[in-house]
Design a protein around this ligand. Structure first.
Ligand SMILES: CC(C)(COP(=O)(O)OP(=O)(O)OC[C@H]1O[C@@H](n2cnc3c(N)ncnc32)[C@H](O)[C@@H]1OP(=O)(O)O)[C@@H](O)C(=O)NCCC(=O)NCCS
Length: 168
């Protein structure tokens, strides 16, 4: 691995943008790499890209050697016309890139996107046994306000988190 590729592998030169339909294959690969169960199906991801009430954000690293973007993370935000609360329905980082701040980068981008739409709060559910997810949210100021028993495919309960967003 060259020095430049190594730097990219450590998470350098990563930007967050809105996903396009052309990202579908890479998003499916990320979904399979990051989640063992409760994976989103291809048509659900395609719907999230096209929906006017959802924002699918992708973190992309530019590999200067390949002159191509590499999709290294994603986050999905859902809005409802009648509610000031946005929902983060998914966040994932490529396992090879975990622990370098990409989760935090995507979370901050999702919060900025919610604020851009004038929303006051962000809510999310996380598996009660997902230590990495729980640490990420608590470090970024999310407060646990409830639980949902038997929420996931395997019966695991969800912990519900919320954060008040500063106005844009
Ligand atoms: C949960 C998840 C998104 C976190 O992503 P991540 O990129 O690893 O998150 P961060 O790097 O921002 O934070 C994770 C760790 O890296 C550390 N870190 C943050 N910035 C860092 C940096 N610049 N350099 C080195 N380490 C850093 C943090 O301190 C944290 O350490 P800790 O967990 O031991 O306290 C990721 O683990 C994931 O995709 N999991 C699978 C899917 C999932 O469970 N999603 C959440 C539920 S929907």
């Amino acid at each position: 691995m060259s020095r430049r590729t190594e730097r990219a592998a450590l998470g350098g030169a990563v930007t967050v943008r809105i996903a396009h339909v052309a990202d579908l294959d890479a998003l499916m690969a990320l979904e399979h790499a990051a989640f063992a169960i409760d994976r989103a199906e291809r048509r659900a991801i395609r719907h999230a890209i096209r929906s006017s009430s959802m924002s699918l954000l992708v973190a992309v690293a530019t590999d200067p050697d390949a002159e191509a973007e590499l999709l290294v993370g994603a986050a999905t935000l859902e809005r409802r016309r009648t509610s000031a609360v946005a929902r983060l329905s998914s966040i994932a980082v490529a396992p090879s890139r975990a622990g370098h701040g990409l989760g935090g980068l995507l979370l901050a981008a999702a919060e900025a996107e919610a604020r851009r739409h004038g929303l006051a709060r962000l809510r999310l559910e996380v598996r009660a046994d997902n230590g990495a997810g729980i640490r990420l949210y608590e470090r970024h100021g999310y407060r646990r306000y409830g639980t949902k028993p038997d929420y996931y495919e395997d019966g695991m309960e969800a912990w519900c988190y919320e954060k008040a967003l500063e106005p844009a």
